[in-house]
Write a protein that binds this ligand. Structure first.
Ligand code: SF4
Length: 167
């Protein structure tokens, strides 16, 4: 695995649980039809119904890129959370630093459920943060043994891999 195979889901799982990321990397897929995933998909489809500008690059899909160089991403959450920024910032990082699209400025995260838009520039600090996340994902991909259970069992109960991890 290298940087070109990394997609949004890898960033998402890295944020929530390294074991979840490892299972996903090993193609143990339990997410199909899972409620929270479906909700996110529905809200996304509704928000960008008129745009029809989805862009597929490597392992990820971008909602759209506006003329000012910002990548737009939609979250179904009713709360602005810092962990939401890694996915779209990775897309911005990849386009700017790996593919050489210099006009990329950062990301705008849309929260239609609370009618908020958060703007995050891809500055030096964010570049460093994303580089670190990429290294962590590649590190997990090289692990031969499954990482330990997450310490927060409440989070595990909401996870699609719960049956797998606790049976
Ligand atoms: S059930 Fe818990 S330990 Fe297993 S993948 Fe999900 S969050 Fe991680």
């Amino acid at each position: 695995m290298d940087i070109h195979s990394i997609g949004g889901q890898h960033l998402y799982y890295l944020e929530s649980c390294k074991r979840q990321l490892w299972l996903y990397l090993k193609k143990v897929d339990m997410e199909e039809g899972f409620e929270s995933v479906e909700l996110g998909r529905l809200i996304h489809e509704e928000t960008f119904e008129r745009e029809e500008k989805e862009i597929r690059i490597g392992g990820f899909v971008i909602d759209f890129i506006s003329e000012d160089g910002f990548i737009h991403e939609t979250k179904s959450s009713k709360q602005v959370k810092q962990e939401h920024e890694s996915q779209p910032l990775f897309y911005a990082y990849y386009l700017k630093n790996i593919l050489g699209f210099d006009h990329i400025q950062g990301v705008k995260i849309h929260y239609p459920a609370i009618k908020e838009v958060v703007t995050i520039p891809l500055d030096q600090k964010k570049n460093q943060k994303i580089k670190q996340k990429i290294d962590e994902i590649l590190e997990v991909s090289r692990l031969e043994e499954m990482p330990p259970l997450h310490s927060n069992t409440k989070l595990c109960r909401k996870c699609a891999y719960f049956e797998f991890c606790y049976s």
